[in-house]
Design a binder for this molecule. Structure first.
Ligand code: HEM
Length: 286
């Protein structure tokens, strides 16, 4: 059994038409196995976190009680994108596992919402947020090496606390960017195959082979998103991560949690996205 389904085109060419749908179950089970494995690892193997560096009393006295983390625009983007993502996953995969309904219209409408929200996010993150805060840097790599050595009982100095986003968050974001862009770019072209009223229907835009590969890429990235979304929701509801989820709802986290998990030199509160925080009086205006 292959991972693709094939058909013969009117010209006798064998072309892929989409992925084999058993991959839905592969991704679902992989996501569930990850969370079971992770929960066991945290319960039985993780040691108490230890970090290098202390916070100066001067900085401590300047920090507000609630540390602003996500602006309203960033939170709105997150929840709109999340809603679109769930609609896309359910409309795409329920019919493939036997729940039949007229899914295509709901699917492409949610696809347009996801595409628009991602375009907004790219502009917002590039020009109004601290763009580099979500990409791995040298300190992340050095610290993960130290953490690995210490986990295996080898000598290594203590790692630093993370910046606004720890390395695992950054890696997750990079993978979801790849899958997200893949479904969005292929999905926009696939809209030419169906009657949307937005784009002219034109199934002859590409050759059968190109269309087939496009459906395959859309499907592969789509099933990948099943596992990625499961993992994301799992981390969001883990007890030790709840303050981060709280910040995605209400915008801020407690000073205690900030000091416990983050390095104020790496997540500097006067980052470019703090204009509105300054306006609201969270930070010194200097
Ligand atoms: C979580 C994200 C997404 C997932 C999991 C997903 C999954 C899928 C799957 C499995 C199919 C069936 C393809 C096939 O039969 O081979 C499909 C079809 C389709 N998708 Fe998506 N998709 C996603 C995002 C998008 C986006 C962002 C758009 C538009 C911008 C889009 C537009 C379409 C269209 C128009 C079809 C119908 C094609 C047809 O029936 O010929 N999808 N999607």
């Amino acid at each position: 059994m292959g991972i693709l389904e094939w058909a013969t085109s009117p010209w006798g060419q064998r072309v892929p038409i989409h992925i084999a749908w058993f991959l839905i179950w592969v991704s679902l089970i992989a996501g569930l196995l990850f969370l079971i494995g992770h929960a066991i690892y945290v319960r039985y193997f993780v040691k108490e976190k230890e970090f290098a560096g202390t916070v100066s009393p001067e900085l401590l006295s300047r920090l507000p009680k609630q540390i602003p983390r996500h602006s309203l625009a960033a939170r709105l983007f997150h929840w709109i994108m999340a809603a679109a993502m769930f609609v896309l996953l359910f409309t795409a995969f329920l019919p493939k596992v036997g729940v039949q309904f007229n899914w295509v219209t709901y699917h492409w409408i949610a696809g347009v919402v996801l595409t628009a929200s991602i375009l907004f996010h790219i502009i917002h993150a590039s020009f109004f947020l601290d763009f580099w805060s979500i990409w791995p840097d040298k300190v992340d790599l050095e610290d993960s090496r130290k953490r690995l050595l210490r986990f295996f009982g080898k000598p290594a100095s203590l790692p630093r606390r993370s910046g606004k986003y720890p390395l695992d968050n950054k890696m997750y974001h990079a993978v979801i960017v790849l899958c997200g862009l893949a479904v969005v770019l292929t999905g926009v072209f696939m809209m030419f195959r169906v009657r949307t009223g937005i784009l002219p229907r034109n199934p002859y835009l590409f050759s059968d082979m190109t269309w087939g590969l496009m459906y395959v890429l859309h499907g592969l990235a789509g099933v990948g998103l099943i596992a990625l979304v499961i993992v994301h929701v799992y981390f969001a509801v883990r007890p030790e991560k709840l303050p981060i989820t709280y910040a995605m709802i209400f915008g801020s986290m407690s000073r205690e949690f900030y000091l416990q998990e983050y390095d104020p030199e790496r997540w500097v509160l006067e980052a470019p996205d703090t204009v509105s925080r300054k306006r609201r009086g969270f930070l010194d205006a200097n």
